[in-house]
Ligand binder design. Structure first.
Ligand code: 3HC
Length: 284
């Protein structure tokens, strides 16, 4: 099934990025968020990103404008009526995500695929909230979506082969390379990434080195584009903590326990880039 119309629910950083790459691939996108402010800032983030890609000659100006014109803002899940594909990209809250899946299940066309960009909630559990568990799948994009080459696809216990193939084809059409993972805590990327970021927090907490030296060591020593503390700030310290807790609980091994320093920063409201302060300070 070639996807012509899709919906993205959640217009935050991830949702707007997903809407952008879908629109750049020629898909008509309904970008839905209950908050008009979030939709507005999502659209402006997409415009800025497209402008940047055009400026760097990575995207012809005409294609950028055409992509922008393919995105229709909306405020209700009901506005996803008739779409062939939907990606949910709201905050990592299982109750909220399940509610959105129930609503999408009611309005999406029969046979439509419902995907989640969740980084940590079991796909099988989200699928069980719908009457089409075979058409529910994990489609985990990386941040920043327009620049990162990977989409991690996660098959729930009941996801069909046809759902997987359509999702993979759509991700490839968006210019992404896919990997396939099973529905276990953290999937592939976060299972490996988050313990590394958490370990950097333990190292800082123990006074092993300054934040700058921890980051420089991993940047130059391992050729990572960002150091682990810089990346944790970029991902959001609340998100890192949440995923660390999911790994700890889901895998039942104390090696995944979140660093107390990470928890303390989150308690203090130092969530990284988005709050202006994390391991580093950021100007608005
Ligand atoms: N759209 C278009 N252009 C963008 C952009 C966007 N969304 N974001 C940044 N850019 C531009 C920048 O403005 C910059 O332009 P300039 O050269 O004109 O200033 C250019 O892209 C390159 O950016 P930077 O100069 O900041 O430098 P980098 O070359 O380091 O690239 C990066 C930035 C791609 C973010 C790189 O630092 C990187 O790969 N970092 C690691 C990111 C990563 O690991 N992401 C995964 C996080 S884990 C995840 O998402 C899973 C989740 O579940 C937690």
């Amino acid at each position: 099934m070639a996807i012509e119309r899709m919906a993205v629910v959640g217009a935050g950083q991830m949702g707007s990025g997903i809407a952008q790459v879908a629109a750049q691939a020629g898909v008509a996108v309904t970008l839905i968020d209950v908050s008009p402010d979030v939709v507005r800032s999502g659209l402006s983030r997409i415009q800025k990103s497209i402008d940047k890609l055009v400026e760097k000659k990575k995207l012809p100006a005409g294609e950028g404008a055409a992509a922008m014109a393919r995105i229709r803002p909306a405020s209700r899940v009901l506005d996803a009526e008739g779409v062939q594909f939907a990606v949910e990209a709201v905050t990592e809250n299982e109750t909220l995500k399940k509610r959105i899946f129930v609503e999408l299940d009611a309005v999406a066309a029969p046979g439509a695929i419902l995907a989640s960009n969740t980084s940590s909630i079991p796909i099988t559990r989200l699928a069980a909230a719908t009457k089409r568990p075979d058409s529910v799948i994990g489609m985990h994009f990386m941040n920043p979506v327009p620049l990162m080459a990977l989409v991690e696809i996660i098959r729930g216990a009941q996801t069909s082969e046809a759902t997987y193939e359509t999702t993979r084809a759509l991700a490839e059409r968006m210019g992404k390379t896919t990997v396939l993972g099973k529905d276990f805590p953290g999937f592939i990327v976060n299972r490996i990434l988050i313990p590394m970021l958490n370990e950097a927090c333990f190292a800082l907490q123990e006074g092993l080195a300054s934040p700058e030296d921890i980051d420089l060591a991993m940047k130059l020593g391992c050729n990572h584009p960002m150091g682990p503390l810089q990346l944790a700030d970029f991902v959001g310290l609340d998100t890192c903590l949440y995923i660390a807790e999911v790994l700890h609980q889901g895998l039942g091994d104390d090696k995944y326990r979140p660093a107390p320093l990470l928890r303390q920063y989150v308690d203090a409201g130092w969530l990284g880039r988005k709050s202006g302060r994390g391991f580093y300070r950021y100007s608005p």
